[in-house]
Structure formats: structure tokens, C-alpha cells
Design a protein around this ligand. Structure first.
Ligand code: PMV
Length: 366
């Protein structure tokens, strides 16, 4: 694990007796410029930016108490939606072990840890649960560090470290820490941007984007046929990789101006180009993956027709799956509702859609 935050001093003195209960809610996000391709330890090949969602979130409660006998390992009980979940528990255990071993959080082996986690949205809805769950866990861990050592006093430093940890857990999770939008990756145009953690954008993003809706049209609830881990890996052999990374950084540079100006059509054009490029990259990987379904294409055609007829800024993006995310500003919500209802909803599996919108970022309960 990288050691930007390596700090061997973050260990409790003998006979410590601290315990605590921490509770965070953290949202998922949907990328507009996509992160697809990585190197080293979750370092992105290109810059990316996402909307922070509101309704799709993970709630995580972390309890810690002194361990009677410290082992070199992590002592963890993990429950997902009230049930023991060995597969998730193993993943979290590995993540925490790496944080301890790399001395980013060496104190983790000194405590008995218990984690309860639950999602506000169904599995396989095309919503990145790794983004919300890893960001919620990272926030709990940073609160624990702050309670024990008082090392993360300023909010900027607190969220920066949480974003760093979330990135190590699942790359795109690092962008979920901030209200409205999060950007990640080194971009000349944005002072302070870095591959190590994501940065907030709400201050410079035009108010119209703070109002955006994201209606998730469930084309298929099936499991993803390619995990994002495998997808990133496939970029290493993709013949278009270098051109893609350049294109993504160029799209980011353009999008920053568009987001500042509030140009909803230019925004939508970049969003759709990015979504279709992500899928084109998967179609040109070895082996090639086709993740859209016939109804994804049928919806795209309908959205484009609707736009031609009305000139309303109704656009879509896609994650690495068949479900469409419909993006539009609140000011046209009433006008587009009948079209969504009559033309798009019938193409959804079991007529299912999840309504979400741009949100205000994580919430701390205790
Ligand atoms: O964070 P990961 O490794 O699950 O990758 C996420 C990749 C995409 O969701 C397809 C794009 C993105 O930028 O979120």
C-alpha cells in the first residue's frame, strides 16, 4: 500500500481504555467523465468527475473497544443488512489489514472492531455500492483516528484523508466524499487536483448542476458480466488505451468550463460521449464485452428523438452495465415526466426506475 499517510505514531499507549460508536451515511456517485484504467495502487490513468447522489447511500456503524490481547491481525465482526456476510467480511478484513500493515492506521490491530453496514438501494441496480460503502467505511475510520489521536482537526484534512482511504478501497469511492460533485486525477486546469484523493467542486460548479436529477432506468437487474476490477485490467491490453486517456483528460478540461458556465447542452454531449466511449472500450477489449441490452439502445434512441423534437436538455449516462442514468436539471422535471413515464418506463425491467438526484454528500450521525 502507498504510504503518503504512513504514520507509525498512530498507536495507543499501553493500558488505553478507549471505546466508541461511530455512524456515517455516505452516498454513491455517477461518473460523468469515466475512470476506466488504473495502475499501481488504485491510481487512475485519467482524471474523472462525478455527481454525488442523494438517495443511494450506505449507512455504516463502526464500534471499537480495546482488545484484551493484541494480535498482529484485525479483529472484526462484520454484518451487512443485519446478516453475517463472509465474502464482504473478508474483503473488509483485507482492506483494514493493509491499512494497519502499511502503518496508515497501525492502531487498527489494537481494537476489537464491529461493523454494521446497509444500503438504501437494491443490489445490481446499476448503482455503485462499492463507492458508497467504501466511502462510508473510510469516514468511520477517520472519525476513529480523530477520536483517538486528534490528528484530523480541519474538515479539509479530514475529508482528504477519508477520500484517500476510500480510493484505496475502491477507486471511484474517493469522489463520494463531497457535496454535488467530486473530481479525481491530476488536471493542469484545476489547482490542487491529484491522483491521490478527490477534491470538492461545489464552489465552482454552476448552480444549475446542483439541481440535477438522475433517474436510473433499470433495463436489467442481472449481475454485471464484467467486474470493474476486470474491466480496469482489460484496459492494459486495449489498443485504444493511450488515445482514451488523452480523450478523457481533454473531456475533463472542456467539462470544467462547461460546468462553470452552466451550459446544460454541452454538459450532456460530453456525458453521452463518455458513456458510449466506456462501452466502446469494453467492446474493443480482449475478450470483448457487450454490456448494453436491446432496451438500452431503444431508450437511447427515444431520448435523442425527444431531444430533437423539444430541445430540452435531457441526456443520459451509463455505468459499466445496461441501465441508463437520465440526467436533467430540476427546471425541466415536470415537462419530461410524461415522456419518461410513457416512453421509457415500459422498457424497464418490471417497469422499475430509481429516482435520484445530486446530493449534499455524507452525513455523520454519531
Ligand atoms: O471504482 P471502481 O474500480 O469500481 O471503478 C468504477 C468505474 C466506473 O464506474 C465504470 C466509472 C467511474 O468513474 O465511476
Amino acid at each position: 500500500m502507498q504510504n503518503h499517510y504512513r504514520n507509525p505514531l498512530l498507536r495507543m499507549a499501553p493500558d488505553y481504555a478507549f471505546s466508541g460508536d461511530i455512524h456515517w451515511q455516505s452516498p454513491s456517485n455517477i461518473a460523468i467523465v469515466k475512470y476506466w484504467g488504473k495502475h499501481g495502487q488504485q491510481l487512475p490513468r485519467n482524471a474523472s468527475i462525478s455527481f454525488t447522489l442523494q438517495a443511494a447511500y450506505t449507512e455504516t456503524e463502526l464500534s471499537y473497544s480495546p482488545r484484551t490481547q493484541e494480535g498482529g491481525d484485525i479483529a472484526l465482526d462484520f454484518y451487512f443488512e443485519g446478516q453475517a456476510q463472509p465474502a464482504f467480511a473478508q474483503k473488509i478484513n483485507k482492506f483494514l489489514s493493509e491499512l494497519a500493515a502499511s502503518e496508515i492506521m497501525p492502531f487498527l490491530t489494537q481494537f476489537q472492531l464491529s461493523i454494521h453496514s446497509s444500503n438504501s438501494f437494491p443490489h445490481s441496480a446499476g448503482i455503485a455500492s462499492s463507492a458508497s460503502s467504501m466511502s462510508a467505511l473510510a469516514l468511520c475510520l477517520c472519525t476513529m483516528e480523530q477520536e483517538l489521536f486528534g490528528t484530523l482537526n480541519s474538515p479539509a484534512e479530514f475529508f482528504r484523508k477519508a477520500s484517500y482511504l476510500a480510493r484505496l478501497g475502491s477507486g471511484s469511492a474517493c469522489r463520494s466524499l463531497y457535496p454535488v460533485m467530486g473530481e479525481w486525477g491530476t488536471l493542469e486546469k484545476l489547482a490542487g487536483s491529484t491522483d491521490l484523493w478527490a477534491s470538492p467542486c461545489a464552489d465552482w460548479v454552476h448552480p444549475v448542476f446542483h439541481t440535477y436529477h438522475d433517474d436510473i432506468l433499470i433495463v436489467s437487474k442481472g449481475e454485471k458480466s464484467v467486474s470493474s476490477r476486470a474491466g480496469h485490467q482489460l484496459m492494459e491490453g486495449n489498443p485504444y488505451a493511450a488515445a482514451r486517456y488523452q480523450q478523457a483528460n481533454d473531456n475533463m478540461a472542456k467539462l470544467v468550463d462547461v460546468l462553470k458556465a452552466g451550459d446544460v447542452h454541452a454538459f450532456g454531449e460530453i456525458a453521452e460521449l463518455e458513456a458510449l466511449t466506456l462501452h466502446a472500450l469494453m467492446m474493443s477489449s480482449q475478450p470483448p464485452y457487450l454490456l448494453m441490452k436491446p432496451n438500452s439502445l431503444a431508450m437511447i434512441e427515444k431520448i435523442r428523438e425527444y431531444r430533437n423534437d423539444t430541445n430540452q436538455p435531457l441526456y443520459f449516462t451509463l455505468d459499466a452495465g445496461p441501465n441508463l442514468h437520465l440526467l436533467y436539471p430540476a427546471e425541466i422535471a415536470e415537462q419530461v415526466a410524461p415522456f419518461i413515464e410513457s416512453e421509457l418506463l415500459p422498457l424497464c425491467e418490471e417497469g422499475k426506475m430509481i429516482r435520484d438526484r445530486v446530493g449534499n454528500g455524507p452525513i455523520k450521525f454519531s
